[in-house]
Design a binder for this molecule. Structure first.
Ligand SMILES: *Cc1c(COP(=O)(O)O)cnc(C)c1O
Length: 366
C-alpha cells in the first residue's frame, strides 16, 4: 500500500536530533515555559519575518486566543470561508462570536474575495482567512476591504507553514496568524502544539498573559485566562523540524508538479496551479471527481491510500444544526467531490509515478 502520509518515516529521518532535543529537556529539569519555548518562539518569528511568536497548546487555541485578545465575542461577526476545516469555525463560536460563512472560489478552494464585502455589517469585527490545503489566499483585496471597514485580518495558517505571498511569509500577512503543529501538518510536532504570530506588540503581550491563566507575573491574574501553553518537549522537537521545513516544502512542490504535469484523465479535476509555485506548500494534493466513492475504491484496490478533506461541510454538521438548511452550492460540491492523494516529502519517485499511472488508467463507473 502506498501510504497517504507516513509520519513515522518522516520523523525517523531526524531521529538522532529529536532524541537529543528531548534528552536536553529531560535533563534541564524545566518542563513548562522555559528556554525551548523561548528559543522556538524567537526562531519561528524570525522564520515568518514577524516581531512576535507565542507558542500555544494547539491550532484551535491559537485562533481562540487571537479572537479573545482582540475582544471579539458575543454580538460580533467574523467572516470565514464556508469550506474550511471545522476548527476555524469552532474558534469563532467558542468565543461567543458569530461566523458569517462565505463561499470559496471553486478553483483555488480559498475564500472568494469578491463575496466578502456584501457580508460586512456594523457588527463585523474580523475576516478570518484560511490558507487551505497549503495555498495562500489572495489577500491584497481582502486587506483593502478590512481597511475600508476597519476590520482585523486573521490568518488560519494551520495548513500553510512557509508559504509565501508577494515575498512575505504566511503569518505576516494580517493582524495575527494562528498555526497548528499537529503531527501531520507541514511543520509537525510529536503531539499537540500551536503558535500565534503577530507584529502587534500589545496583542502579543496580551496573548502571552492569556495563554498562562491570564497571569503575567506569577500568582497575579489580570485576565480570566486559560492554560494554553506549549510544552518544552514539543518546542524542542519543533526547533529541530523547523530546520527542515523549507526542504520538505520543496519536496512537496516537486511531487505536486509531477502530478500537475502528468495526471491526465477527463474525469479528474486537478488543483489550480498558482503562477508562482513558491506560494503553495501543498499541505495536501486535492483532486476532484464526480464519482468519488468509486474512484476511492479503485485507488484502494490498486494499493493507494487516500483521505477526504473534508467529507461534511461545517454548515451540514450536527454540531451546527441551526445552519443545516442553508444551501451553499460551491461548498457542497467541493465536499462531495474532493479526494486527497498521497503526498509526502519523502515519497519515492516510483510511488509518485505509480499513482499517476493508476489515476490515468481510471475509467468511470457509469
Ligand atoms: C489543523 C487545523 C486547525 C486546528 O489545529 P489543531 O492543532 O488540531 O487544533 C485549524 N485550522 C485548520 C485549517 C487546520 O487544518
Amino acid at each position: 500500500m502506498i501510504p497517504f502520509l507516513n509520519l513515522k518515516d518522516i520523523n525517523a529521518q531526524y531521529e538522532e536530533e529529536l532524541k537529543s532535543a528531548v534528552y536536553r529537556v529531560i535533563n534541564s529539569g524545566w518542563y513548562i515555559l522555559g528556554q525551548e519555548v523561548n528559543k522556538f518562539e524567537e526562531e519561528y518569528a524570525k522564520y515568518c519575518g514577524v516581531n512576535h511568536c507565542i507558542g500555544v497548546s494547539n491550532g484551535l487555541d491559537a485562533l481562540k486566543l487571537i479572537l479573545e485578545a482582540h475582544n471579539i465575542g458575543p454580538g460580533d461577526e467574523v467572516i470565514v470561508p464556508s469550506n474550511t476545516y471545522i476548527a476555524s469555525i469552532l474558534a469563532i463560536t467558542k468565543v461567543g462570536a458569530t461566523p458569517i460563512l462565505v463561499e470559496p472560489n471553486i478553483f483555488t478552494y480559498n475564500i472568494n474575495p469578491l463575496l466578502i464585502e456584501d457580508k460586512v455589517t456594523k457588527n463585523t469585527k474580523a475576516i478570518l482567512v484560511v490558507h487551505l490545503y497549503g495555498q495562500i489566499v489572495d489577500i491584497d483585496p481582502i486587506i483593502d476591504i478590512a481597511k475600508k471597514y476597519q476590520l482585523k485580518v486573521i490568518e488560519d495558517a494551520a495548513q500553510s507553514h512557509g508559504a509565501v505571498y508577494k515575498g512575505k511569509k504566511v503569518g505576516n500577512l494580517g493582524d495575527a496568524a494562528g498555526f497548528s503543529f499537529y503531527p501531520g501538518k507541514n511543520l509537525g510536532a510529536l503531539g499537540d502544539a500551536g503558535a500565534i504570530t503577530t507584529n502587534d506588540n500589545e496583542i502579543a503581550e496580551k496573548i502571552r498573559v492569556l495563554r498562562n491563566y491570564g497571569s503575567g507575573k506569577k500568582y497575579e491574574n489580570i485576565f480570566i485566562g486559560s492554560n494554553n501553553r506549549l510544552d518544552e518537549i514539543q518546542a524542542s522537537i519543533l526547533r529541530v523540524k523547523l530546520n527542515y521545513l523549507d526542504k520538505e516544502n520543496a519536496a512537496r512542490r516537486q511531487i505536486a508538479s509531477m502530478y500537475l504535469n502528468n495526471i491526465k484523465n477527463e474525469h479528474i479535476t486537478l488543483p489550480t496551479a498558482p503562477k508562482k509555485t513558491k506560494e503553495h506548500v501543498w499541505h495536501v494534493f486535492v483532486i476532484r471527481t464526480g464519482e468519488r466513492e468509486h474512484f476511492q475504491k479503485y485507488l484502494e484496490e490498486h494499493g493507494i491510500q487516500t483521505v477526504i478533506h473534508y467529507p461534511i461541510p461545517p454548515h451540514k454538521q450536527k454540531a451546527y444544526s441551526e445552519w443545516n438548511n442553508i444551501h451553499l452550492p460551491i461548498t457542497e460540491k467541493i465536499h462531495k467531490e474532493v479526494i486527497s492523494i498521497p503526498l509526502s516529502p519523502i515519497q519515492p519517485i516510483d510511488d509518485t509515478n505509480r499513482i499517476i499511472e493508476v489515476i490515468n488508467s481510471y475509467k468511470k463507473h457509469n
